[in-house]
Design a protein around this ligand. Structure first.
Ligand code: SF4
Length: 413
């Protein structure tokens, strides 16, 4: 399959012209930010953008309404967030955020900078589309279900499964070979893609995964793993294996205010942006962890696993996206604030109630005929994604109720 046009994923240098102004996306391999980087992002958000740092579903960050792109570039480069002008959009690396600290079968922390360095060192790999995703799962199964083009999944401390196009290839690798094989697979993808820039993902190439395995001279040797479905990060207090503490924090709609980010930077620990659009603050002594919760919970960070904010996600909507029928973030925020986002086990009310009472075989037809629902009448239980149009950008994987804006109101799918 070809999409006919090159991918237009934004970057830190190639900004996207959103409806509310230029948008910059900054790649953060493994989601790891040190305190200087987080401080620089917070200051940039406040001085040069709309005052917030948006967390993306690939563990990257983005700034909206960027007023001075050149100044932003200088600030990012000064703290190591722009190590290459040619490869900046290809550094899409997600790793298990708790690896090496809490559980997991292997420690993948060192693989992230090694893979990143390998990408940056290969001029040809600058041609990878900005959509290509790499994952490094330490065996707990938290990121292997994200559909990476090229990934590895720990079977034990020293052996990894090679994942291609979102599936286990059946190839097994010693830990020491993982990065080299992932880089070779990236070259293989480019070779198979040829001159067709309309192929953005390995899955866009027929039999792409099998052909990459052949190109690498490898062979499947094991039954293919069933990769785990989407997972979400534990929230709150997480005991590390070394006796320190990590804190898993939810971020409302993945939007981190600059002031909150500055407080986080002042903690002076590594912070991980997760693919669930949240954060992990690592390596805290117990007293420091208690302080972080005491200060940052009132500022809006979520340390309570039962918070309804953890059930909701939303696309950009208005005013950021011209396609949006409404301000979905305001609508979903109102639903949370007025108690209309219900726990998963709660009986479903209003529009969603009718839908779920329908027999499955007639549900689709019935949905299309249903009258639209006003935002203030929507009350839905469990995980839900609100979208400003049918494209449903940012929809999480797995079981999610879709709440989609139309020109006359919302539809619940
Ligand atoms: S789902 Fe539609 S309205 Fe929302 S960001 Fe995507 S294109 Fe825009």
């Amino acid at each position: 399959m070809t999409r006919g046009v090159p991918d237009s994923c934004p970057g830190a240098l190639r900004l996207h012209e959103a409806a509310d102004g230029p948008l910059a996306r900054i790649r953060v391999p493994g989601g790891r930010l040190d305190s200087a980087q987080l401080q620089a992002l917070a200051e940039s958000a406040r001085d040069l953008a709309d005052g917030n740092i948006e967390l993306t579903s690939r563990g990257n960050v983005q700034l909206r309404q960027v007023r001075d792109a050149a100044e932003l570039t200088d600030r990012l480069a000064a703290v190591g967030l722009l190590p290459s002008r040619t490869h900046e959009r290809v550094r899409n690396i997600i790793a298990s955020p708790l690896s090496g600290r809490v559980g997991g079968l292997s420690d993948v922390r060192a693989l992230v900078p090694a893979l990143d360095a390998g990408l940056l060192a290969a001029p040809r790999l600058a041609d990878l589309p900005g959509r290509v995703l790499f994952t490094l799962d330490d065996g707990r199964g938290d990121v292997s279900g994200l559909g990476a083009d090229i990934g590895v999944h720990a079977i034990c401390a020293e052996e990894f499964a090679l994942l291609l196009a979102g599936r286990d290839s059946g190839v097994r690798l010693p830990a020491a070979d993982t990065v080299d094989v992932m880089l070779a697979a990236a070259h293989g993808f480019l070779e198979l893609r040829g001159e067709d820039a309309g192929r953005w993902r390995l899955d866009d190439i027929e039999q792409g995964a099998d052909r990459v395995v052949d190109l690498l001279g490898l062979s499947p040797v094991a039954d293919r793993l069933e990769l785990p479905g989407a997972r979400s990060l534990p929230i709150g207090w997480l005991e590390q294996d070394d006796g320190l503490v990590s804190l898993g924090a939810g971020v409302r709609l993945g939007c981190l205010p600059a002031r909150t980010a500055e407080f986080l930077a002042a903690v002076e620990r590594s912070i991980f942006v997760t693919p669930w659009r949240g954060l992990v603050v690592t390596d805290l002594e117990e007293w420091a962890a208690e302080q972080v919760v005491r200060v940052l919970a009132p500022m809006g960070l979520i340390f309570d696993a039962d918070s309804p904010w953890l059930l909701v996600s939303a696309c950009a909507g208005q005013p950021g996206c011209a396609k949006s029928h409404t301000d979905v973030r305001a609508d979903v925020s109102d639903a949370v604030d007025t108690g209309r986002v219900l726990p998963a086990a709660y009986p479903i009310e209003h529009g969603a109630d009718d839908r779920h009472s329908e027999p499955e075989d007639s549900a689709h037809q019935h949905v299309s005929e249903r009258p639209p629902i006003a935002a203030t009448d929507i009350s839905v239980a469990g995980r839900q994604h609100w979208s400003g149009c049918d494209r449903r950008c940012g929809r999480p994987r797995g079981e999610v109720t879709d709440i989609v804006a139309t020109d006359k109101g919302y539809r619940i799918d």
